[in-house]
Design a protein. Structure first.
Ligand code: H76
Length: 480
């Protein structure tokens, strides 16, 4: 079977079974745990400064940019509705032919400072950049392959320009890195022969070199987000995923690593054979959120979700009419929903090949930014509040501040609030607006009035509360 066909089949299987996106936690009683060499190296959340910073950032942007932006979902006159960054696979384009696109890579409108300003205006605190997607094309001049920006008409180090520009705006940079590399002759989907073993060993060495190169050239990078790690070849080499995590953590103190990199001694991914999360945060929530009820236990570990604006397009696709495109308010709702459940949200952008952004993405960034400027205090540094969810929207919380983020205004003009035992609502104020009346209707139940003038967009009410000591204890319990 040729590689691309195999790819397609693999992708189909993985889409059908949802292999890469399942958060599973099957904890065994401690005495029944098996001993693992390459399992979780820690139980529970990291509590160091770098991790706190990762968590408090809460809102990020994804940048998917590579050769796939040139065809934008169309190959030989046929438009494929699947994810644009997978076009090579959908259209079964051989690597040498695909890499010819490098000759056209010349983003004349690219201006890293403009990109960074756009991110700043949107209010994102970090940007995750595809250093190398599955196609194998590198945005930095890697010395370990010729498939890099250095050998395109553009020539310059795109990644370096981006890192500097984002950092100059005070925005953290995270690196997306696909281990699976469709253009490397030594990549293997599985290991079946001694020849496969030898090739894959060379491939892992190549990958180590690239990762060391990234960590050395761009030491301000705060996070590595691995993808393309689901193949049998990698599952059979769980040791290597543990080694990469350790290697990067030694090179870059404080760096955070996503769970998707990891496989344990038995090829179990994300969560090890004892049910413990590997890496620093769960990264399986791709284009979906944890279940608000069942998965609220996710507050026991850090997590980050990522989302596309159309149904499933990460790289630039020329035709967004092929699937539903979320409105800015829908995107905002997902951001708030994630934070209300104690997670981060990353919103994806797929820049055009010329280095500009499509107008829909510019509008999205501006709209979210305007809202964040006014209401960002309910996002940054906020967490799961532990209060019973109500139909009007979501709660978030930062220390003693409880925020009501209202997406569904009720005809009753009352927003019902139910507080945990011992917690009283003293006062309610619209963020950027006036105080609204609060009426206690029953013990631990309140009506918070809608603002007299409906704000006409999702809005935030900040509650001043009084918590009995026991309630504070309950709050801590809900987070453990
Ligand atoms: C499948 C898959 C990949 N993971 C997402 C974050 C995109 O990069 C997509 O191509």
């Amino acid at each position: 079977m040729n590689k691309t066909l195999k790819n397609c089949l693999l992708l189909l299987t993985f889409l059908a079974t949802g292999v890469c996106v399942h958060a599973q936690e099957k904890l065994l009683p401690a005495q029944q745990e098996i001993s693992l060499k390459y399992g979780a190296d820690r139980l529970g959340k990291r509590s160091d400064k770098a991790m706190q910073h990762f968590r408090e950032n809460r809102l990020g942007a994804f940048i998917h940019w590579g050769l796939y932006a040139i065809p934008g979902g169309e190959w030989n006159g046929k438009v494929y509705s699947g994810a644009a960054e997978w076009l090579k696979s959908w259209a079964k384009v051989p690597s040498d032919e695909w890499l010819q696109l490098m000759k056209q890579w010349n983003p004349t409108k690219f201006d890293a400072r403009k990109w960074a300003k756009m991110a700043k205006e949107m209010g994102v605190r970090y940007v995750k950049i595809t250093t190398k997607h599955h196609e194998g094309f590198c945005l930095w001049p890697s010395k370990y392959t010729k498939n890099t920006v250095e050998y395109t008409p553009y020539k310059k180090d795109l990644l370096g320009e981006m890192v500097k520009a984002y950092n100059d705006e005070g925005i953290d940079v995270h690196f997306y890195f696909s281990v699976m590399d469709w253009s490397h002759p030594d990549y293997r989907y599985d290991i079946k022969t001694p020849e496969d073993s030898a090739a894959f060993a060379r491939f892992l060495e190549f990958t180590d070199n690239q990762l060391k190169e990234l960590a050395t050239r761009y030491p301000t990078v705060k996070d590595f987000w691995f993808d393309g790690t689901w193949d049998a070849s990698i599952k059979k080499n769980g040791w290597w995923t543990a080694h990469v995590e350790q290697m990067l953590k030694e090179m870059l103190p404080g760096v955070t690593i996503n769970s998707r990199l990891r496989a344990d001694d038995y090829g179990k991914r994300h969560f090890d054979s004892n049910g413990h999360l590997m890496g620093d945060y769960e990264s399986g929530y791709e284009r979906r959120l944890p279940d608000p009820v069942k998965d609220l236990k996710v507050t026991r570990w850090d997590w980050e979700a990522c989302m596309t604006v159309p149904e499933n397009q990460w790289g630039y696709h020329k035709d967004w009419s092929l699937s539903y495109v979320k409105t800015p308010v829908e995107v905002l709702e997902r951001i708030v929903h994630a934070v209300s459940m104690g997670g981060n949200m990353v919103v994806n952008f797929g820049p055009q090949a010329d280095g500009d952004f499509r107008s829909e993405e510019k509008i999205l960034a501006t709209t979210i930014g305007r809202w964040m400027k006014k209401n960002g205090e309910c996002i940054y540094g906020c967490d799961y509040a532990g209060w019973e969810k109500q139909a009007w929207g979501y709660y978030t919380r930062k220390n003693k501040e409880v925020y009501m983020v209202v997406f569904n205004a009720p005809y009753s003009n009352h927003l019902v609030v139910k507080t945990p035992k011992g917690t009283k609502v003293l006062k309610a104020t619209v963020v950027g607006g006036k105080e609204v009346q609060v009426t206690e209707t029953e013990r631990n139940t309140y009506n918070v009035n809608m603002p007299v003038q409906n704000p006409g967009e999702p809005f935030v009410i900040k509650l001043q509360i009084d918590e009995a000591a026991s309630a504070a204890d309950n709050y801590r319990d809900a987070l453990t």
